[in-house]
Write a protein that binds this ligand. Structure first.
Ligand code: ATP
Length: 360
């Protein structure tokens, strides 16, 4: 089913864009500390992705902000007002979840109208606003369909229209794309971003998919074990990760054994600058991006393991004599064959490192 081209955002949906502040938020389940003091500030109209591995606390942050969880410490403010004790239905927040969560016995337009009914908006305004919201997500002509008559991507569009139709101050998206297939996922994330920019709504987007987070967000907050490790623009996280965890989690990195000496790291005969120079001398794991490993006429000998065509680039896995596996990103004009003998060298860009125990 084709998606209709979007109309200009209707005035009834344009948001003021609230400032959001989480200050040292703590949440415990039984004895388990799911959030160990999370602080995050979102500017009005900003799109922040909360990124991290499974179980790190992303959903708990989102549920705490929504008022679905009572927090055990810290404060939550929306536009400067403390909402820590304000119940969920008074926080004025729109949410979209991973599961489509439409009411099966209601049509798309009835699903979208539901929140307006709860707010006692009159029938004529409800119908107009629901139609406008469905048009905005490209589903203007499918309002009469029931959930089972819509694809997964279309159901998520309805869920998005339903979340936005009440003009919430903040939009929370909890892995809204993870049940969709790869192509629809990319289309819909771009559309969510377009709508978010047009409406100017402050948005927190939870995902464990780093590519998704880097692609859509103004800033990405990387979470690990109940805490935020770094918040920054996608480029900043990629080029200057603050911790080894961020270096490893954001973007693809080769993990290469090396040795730090006097502010430089030695890896396979190459001497690379350190991203942060205050690292102590000793054995480390260096995180080297695939685009910073190059094929060369001479250098470290390697054997090609496999090679993948990725559209605009190719990524080739090679094995070094000490069994280290390295991913090399290169132009598609070169097509390495499995078993081919090659040489690689390191590009010389600064790298992050993490200490490792010395070999016994
Ligand atoms: P995922 O990506 O897998 O959804 P997440 O990063 O969103 O993970 P959370 O769902 O926030 O993680 O969970 C954080 C931690 O809190 C996990 O260890 C989880 O097991 C625990 N947890 C979450 N909800 C509850 C609950 N209701 N009762 C007990 N423990 C919980």
């Amino acid at each position: 089913m084709a998606i209709e081209s979007p109309a200009q955002p209707p005035r009834s949906l344009v948001s003021e864009g609230a400032a959001v502040e989480l200050v040292d938020v703590v949440k415990e389940y039984g004895g388990h500390r799911a959030l160990a003091g999370v602080s995050l500030t979102m500017r009005p109209g900003e799109f922040v992705a909360l990124l991290g591995p499974s179980g790190c606390g992303k959903t708990t942050v989102l549920r705490s902000l929504a008022g679905l969880e009572r927090i055990d410490g810290g404060r939550i403010r929306i536009d400067g007002a403390d909402v820590t004790a304000v119940p969920v239905n008074k926080r004025d927040i729109g949410m979209v979840f991973q599961s489509y969560s439409l009411f099966p016995h209601l049509t798309a337009v009835q699903n979208v109208q539901f929140g307006l009914e709860m707010r006692r908006v009159d029938a004529a305004s409800r119908a107009r606003r629901a139609r406008e919201a469905l048009e905005m997500v490209g589903l203007g002509s499918l309002g009469a369909r029931y959930a089972h008559e819509l694809s997964g991507g279309q159901q998520q569009r309805v869920a998005l229209a339903r979340a936005l139709v009440t003009r919430p101050r903040v939009l929370l998206l909890d892995e809204p794309l993870s049940a969709l297939d790869a192509k629809v996922r990319v289309q819909l994330r771009e559309e969510i971003r377009r709508i978010q920019i047009e409406l100017g709504i402050t948005t927190l987007f939870v995902t464990h998919d780093q590519e998704e987070a880097l692609a859509v967000a103004d800033r990405v907050a990387v979470m690990h074990a109940g805490a935020i490790e770094q918040v920054g623009a996608p480029e900043e996280l990629y080029s200057t990760p603050a911790t080894p965890f961020v270096a490893d989690f954001v973007g693809l990195s080769n993990r290469v054994e090396g040795e730090v000496r006097a502010g430089r790291v030695l890896v396979h005969g190459a001497e690379l600058p350190l991203l942060r120079e205050e690292v102590q001398d000793g054995p480390v794991i260096a995180f080297v991006r695939p685009e910073d490993v190059l094929f060369a006429d001479s250098g470290v000998p390697a054997t090609v393991v496999s090679s993948s065509f990725l559209g605009s680039v190719r990524r080739t896995l090679v094995r070094l004599p000490d069994d280290t596996l390295l991913s090399v990103q290169h132009e598609t004009s070169r097509r390495p064959a499995a078993g081919e003998r090659v040489h690689v060298r390191f590009g010389g860009r600064a790298v992050s490192v993490s200490p490792r125990p010395a070999r016994g």
